[in-house]
Design a protein around this ligand. Structure first.
Ligand code: NAP
Length: 482
């Protein structure tokens, strides 16, 4: 059995591990059994200010390096992450609960982001624009925005950080990262690997602790120029307002309420496979998880029967046990939210096909649940469940499906299944979403732009576009050229 990556119970500031000292700490618990696996400093303003100062001091030398030099260090970091993917995966499962295979996969995905952006670092191109004046030239260059603050959620403790870190470092920025309080150890492990890879002290800083205080310092400190946030729409909305008061650039990767549309002409086997991965990965706790299954009348019963059978084969348990496909939810409040959505749906006429209760294994495990007869009056129609509830809505026409799919404030991910090429184009173009999977239920990759429409936020992560959020565009006019 592989080792668990060492636990760092300190903040990382200017290349030094800074413990809580006499200050308070936050306990970090294993969601499987509630046992404490360690603590991290409950840091606030002062530590964040110190981290921003360290990132600011590191900024000049870091951006002065050639892109190829930065790229080399980032490739080393990606290699180290991959070499440690098993031990990092175990650490991730311990603090987050997801099955080990998913955790190891997430670390590999995080490394893929760092590798992708290590390559992109060499392609942060400028332009020379034909000049309207004789004797002058117009140059456009891209420069790092400066020190970046990143605030990340618990559902992907490694990859949500890696895709911000990759883009920021490639652009020549330095960082202060505030990981979710429930899953700080995966972030601190990446900080340790960044030092081992040879990234200069202060390029990557990590502060754990009081979210509101850390965010306030990030917003108000003039040396920090950009905030990249991934988390709930509720917090993102507040943070965007706070940051805009200080004219900080922001990127907001927020919540979703993904529709999964199955038309009568769909390949039913493919649709069920896609439904399983898009709904039950990470026990339903991903921002791109399906929240609403919209199924056309003609295929409805057959789809529900096969989907129910596949759900019945999911093994629940401790994420570290072989074969477990569903781990615990992150905490009790996550279970309460799923319970509320299930009770609300059943109270408003939905029919329970499978699950519908806490698992007999105890803790925060909730049985994968399937209901039919869902309608737009139910909580699940408008709110993000963020748990293992699959709610099936029945529809008759394509126009009805599009209207239903778009009837939400969110616009992150949507999926549709059809064998009709014209319909695939028609419907995907009508969907008000930043990501659309046609006959695919899992579409995230470092090579494609990730980001939402509407209240799911703004900005793109990954792909050749991901660096754009971390650069300023400069116009230089060269005159006196004859
Ligand atoms: P959350 O409650 O919004 O927390 C996210 C981060 O924000 C955590 O680090 C949290 O710190 C911090 N935070 C809390 N209050 C804050 C405040 N007042 N100011 C600034 N930061 C604050 O979200 P979550 O429950 O961890 O994550 C789940 C949500 O993230 C879901 O809505 C999901 O859809 C979304 N998500 C979106 C994407 C995407 O790319 N669009 C990806 C993954 C997840 P503490 O942990 O210390 O409270």
């Amino acid at each position: 059995m592989s080792q668990t990556y060492p636990i760092f119970e300190s903040c990382l500031i200017g290349g030094e591990w800074v413990g809580a000292g006499a200050g308070s700490v936050i306990p970090v618990r294993n969601p499987w059994d509630g046992r404490q696996i360690g603590t991290v400093p409950d840091a606030g303003r002062a530590e964040t200010r110190a981290a921003i100062a360290a990132a600011d001091a590191a900024l000049g030398p870091w951006k002065a390096m050639t892109a190829a030099e930065r790229s080399q260090l980032m490739l080393r970091l990606a290699d180290l992450m991959l070499a440690e993917k098993e031990s990092l995966g175990r650490l991730l499962t311990l603090e987050q609960g997801k099955p080990l295979s998913e955790a190891v996969g997430e670390v590999a995905f995080g490394a893929a982001y760092v590798r992708w952006f290590a390559e992109e670092a060499k392609r942060v191109y400028g332009d020379i624009i034909p000049s309207p004046w004789r004797g002058r030239r117009i140059l456009v260059t891209r420069e790092p925005v400066g020190v970046v603050g990143a605030i990340t959620p618990w559902n992907f403790p490694n990859s949500m950080i890696a895709r911000k870190l990759g883009a920021a470092l490639a652009a020549g920025c330095t960082m202060v990262i505030k990981p979710a309080s429930q899953t700080p150890f995966s972030a601190l492990a990446v900080g340790d690997l960044a030092l081992k890879a040879g990234l200069p002290a202060g390029v990557v800083n990590i502060v754990t602790g009081k979210a509101a205080e850390i965010a306030a310092e990030m917003c108000e400190n003039p040396r920090l120029r950009k905030i990249s946030f991934t988390g709930s729409t509720e917090v993102g909305r507040r943070l965007a307002a706070q940051a805009s008061a200080h004219l900080k650039r922001t990127s907001m990767e927020l919540g979703g309420n993904a529709p999964f549309v199955v038309f009568d002409d769909a390949d039913i086997e493919a649709a069920v496979n896609g439904a399983m991965v898009s709904k039950f990965r990470n026990s339903g706790q991903t921002c791109v998880c399906t929240n609403r299954f919209l199924v056309q009348s003609g295929i409805h019963d057959a789809f529900v029967a096969r989907f129910s059978k596949a759900i019945g084969e999911l093994k629940l348990g401790n994420g570290l046990e072989p074969g477990v496909a569903q781990g615990p939810l992150i905490d009790e409040s996550a279970v309460l939210k799923v319970e509320a959505h299930v009770a609300d749906a059943l109270g408003k006429g939905a029919i329970l096909v499978r699950g519908g209760r806490r698992s007999s294994l105890g803790g925060s495990l909730y049985e994968p649940t399937l209901v039919t007869g869902a309608n737009s009056q139910m909580l699940v129609a408008g709110d993000e469940t963020f748990g293992p509830l699959a709610a099936v809505f029945r529809f008759e026409t394509e126009a009805e499906a599009i209207a239903l799919a778009n009837a939400t404030e969110y616009g992150l991910a949507a999926y549709l299944y059809t064998r009709d090429l014209a319909r695939a184009f028609r419907v995907s173009e009508a969907l008000e979403y930043g990501l659309v999977g046609v006959n695919e239920g899992l579409i995230t990759t470092e090579a494609a732009p990730f980001g939402g429409y509407k209240d799911s936020g703004f900005g793109k992560e990954g792909s050749k576009y991901g660096v754009e959020d971390y650069v300023n565009m400069k116009y230089t006019c060269l005159g006196g050229l004859g």
